[in-house]
Design a protein around this ligand. Sequence first.
Ligand code: NDP
Length: 449
Amino acid sequence: MNSYIEKVIKEAEQKNTNQPEYIQAVKEVLTSLEPLINLNDKYEKNSILERMTEPERIIMFRVPWVDDNGKIQINRGFRVQYSSLIGPYKGGLRFHPSVNLSVMKFLGFEQIFKNALTGLPIGGAKGGSDFDPKGKSDNEVMRFCQSFMTELYRHIGQDVDVPAGDIGVGGREIGYLFGQYKRIRNAYEGGVLTGKSVCYGGSLARTEATGYGLLFYMREMLKQHNNSVNGKTVTISGSGNVAIYAAQKAFSMGAKVVAMSDSNGCIYDENGIDLDCIKEIKEVNRGRIKEYIECHPQAKYLEKTGTNSPIWSIKTDIALPCATQNELTLEDAKQLVANGVIAIGEGANMPTTMDAIEYFLNNNVLFAPAKAANAGGVATSAIEMSQNSMRYYYTFEEVEKKLDQIMTNIFKECKDAADEAGISGNYVAGANIAAFKKLADAMIAQGLV
Ligand code: NDP
């Protein structure tokens, strides 16, 4: 390995002990930059890697709230303002019990590269809390969101830092957060949060954007290899925002989605999933995916018993991990390859372990990496911000068209960067190199700040 990259990884490991997800993300990016770093010493001369692996600012805070039984609850809130190099800090909020500093930093780090790939003026950030919205009443979620924003408001703003949703933060949570922000600031600053409901300043097609964008990227990648989504069998982990709209677009491109999951298990319906039923269970009733069997007795439910999801043992042409980090391991990759998978598209952030990615690449499986393939969500958030600034709204078709163009362009950038580095077809490294170049140039141009 290049000695500069090796040194920076070592230092990052020493400085960030007990942060495995963060170190994993840093290693994945830095090791793939080798062809670029080898050729140009300006990166080492300007300490670009050291600067890029240190967030600009991290905010951690207490979030006190009262549950429906009158009991006091205390959660921890985070906002990692990773980089403002190319625009206001921008990235989602995650509410999930697994949230900790390592997870926040890995997500913030990934976000700066992803946002650079969109070509839009957005920096990178991530935030959230170890609060679990699952099983909480609407009033409890509202009280939590209000308390969370009572601290967060002083660190954000439409030109400063613009949060959005992520796991556990959907339209309901964004609404409560926005309401509290507006109340404290005594001003309607529409662009301070994205993922807002269309009835008070959100963008059409933002809900669909990440899932749709993933399929646009997959379409381009397959086209490059003389193939298409049409007629393929698809399995999708998760059944949240990204998974549902990835499934919707996959169906509309002529594919058949046969399996989806949640953290308890997966359903397999060989006739093709009834997506309206999934939406009813997840978006309306906030229920569990196994309820699908009640209306579709022909389908199978496979309970998750160990650490691996049963969904990856199902034969498929295209697999789309759209739930969470490290949900697809080497063992899963081996099963998928043995069953003839041709392409993987990461809808979730860092869902595939490093050894699994390597296995796919070594076995000629096309691999669409998260920071490129799931960038459609944040790109559409940036389009939401620009609509808020203009005080004017685009139609659904207009936003979708822009999203399609952005994803097509991102794929091209990944391809060109891989070709230039002499690693054609490796879109993992292509995405990292293309984004890194933009960020490094901006860093050098802005001086040591
Ligand atoms: P949602 O909360 O809408 O859905 C998350 C889904 O993943 C649920 O089905 C959930 O199941 C499952 N899941 C969550 N944690 C785990 C876990 N530890 N093990 C197994 N399954 C789990 O989130 P999103 O769809 O918004 O986000 C999914 C992924 O996509 C995340 O990695 C997120 O960072 C990424 N992403 C999201 C974007 C967006 O616009 N929303 C943009 C770019 C990336 P259960 O209900 O059982 O918890």
